[in-house]
Design a protein around this ligand. Structure first.
Ligand code: SF4
Length: 307
């Protein structure tokens, strides 16, 4: 963070002191097994903690090692991903496990550069696995941490990702033995107190070192964005291609073997409120084609199945 050495030190002490009392007890924090950390980080890329928790427990019980995951058929992995959404991550974590077994002797690599060569692993996921799975001293920046850093350091000014990463790296306390504790403390603050719409500044442990505390006011007073440009409209989800891609995969999870595409369209449309007909069938066919290219389904001779 910016500010004097004394201010930085105060910020570190206050945040870590709070974290040691208030840390969230999450299943992937009860292990330092790099494989489990890797699975958790794939899940957390686009899914909230509360939704990921039960799926994570089931998933690692079903595939307890990287080898077990690599050896499983893709269809089984996609079935086990049920409830998470963004099914492409199931294909990516499966392919990553296969690469770890084929190219790295079944050991999850500890360095970020190698981790980033795996499908679906970006800077955040690689840093999280290196830090939480191997204890490496690296910064981990997710949206919660980015929000906290932005508010603590620059008020309402938007930050570019490169600037946020630089700040996250600078914020790592030099005298804190556990980088994992620090990164998780930042994440917990962003997830539970410095939340997006109405930060609870009145109960915030770093309030006295935060340049935004006075802008946002005290607890109980809802914060409304003031200097932030007009928010982009949230795209409509129901009826979108992403929505129907999810429904197609969900329908196939309950199908043993393959199913004619016409029947699949019937399964997908039931309860959707859409009108059946040639145009809907054509749309489903196009989406099945794209899912096939992504490795999420197999489409052959007019029938569809999980891969
Ligand atoms: S004082 Fe408010 S804005 Fe600053 S870090 Fe705490 S919750 Fe966030």
């Amino acid at each position: 963070m910016t500010g004097t050495t004394a201010q930085r030190s105060m910020f570190h002490d206050m945040l870590l002191g709070w974290y040691r009392m208030a840390r969230r007890d999450l299943p992937w924090r009860r292990t330092s097994d790099p494989y489990r950390v890797l699975v958790a980080e794939f899940m957390l890329q686009q899914t909230q903690v509360s939704r990921a928790e039960p799926v994570f427990e089931r998933f690692v019980a079903r595939f307890p090692t990287v080898r077990a995951l690599a050896d499983a058929p893709a269809a089984e992995v996609i079935r086990a991903w049920s409830g998470m959404g963004y099914n492409r991550r199931a294909v990516n974590v499966h392919r990553t496990a296969m690469l770890i077994c084929s190219d790295h002797g079944g050991m999850v690599p500890s360095d970020e550069e190698t981790l980033r060569t795996f499908p679906g692993v970006g800077r955040y996921t690689a840093a999280a696995v290196a830090c939480f799975g191997f204890g490496r001293r690296v910064a981990v920046l997710d949206t919660n941490v980015q929000r906290v850093l932005g508010r603590v350091n620059s008020g309402l000014m938007p930050m570019r990702p490169s600037e946020a990463w630089r700040l996250a790296e600078e914020s790592l306390p030099k005298d804190e033995p556990s980088a994992a504790d620090w990164n998780q403390a930042m994440m917990d603050l962003g997830a539970t107190i410095c939340v997006a719409r109405a930060p609870r500044c009145g109960g915030c442990p770093v309030r006295t070192t935060c340049v935004s505390a006075d802008i946002f006011g005290t607890a109980g007073k809802a914060w409304e964005p003031v200097a932030v440009a007009e928010r982009p409209k949230t795209p409509v989800y129901v009826g979108s291609s992403r929505y129907y891609r999810g429904r197609i995969v969900e329908a196939l999870r309950s199908v043993e073997g393959s199913i004619p595409i016409k029947e699949l369209a019937g399964l997908v449309i039931s309860g959707s409120g859409d009108e059946a007909g040639g145009r809907f069938d054509e749309r489903i066919a196009r989406l099945v084609d794209s899912l096939d290219k992504d490795g999420l389904v197999r489409f052959s001779r007019g029938t569809v199945s999980l891969p």
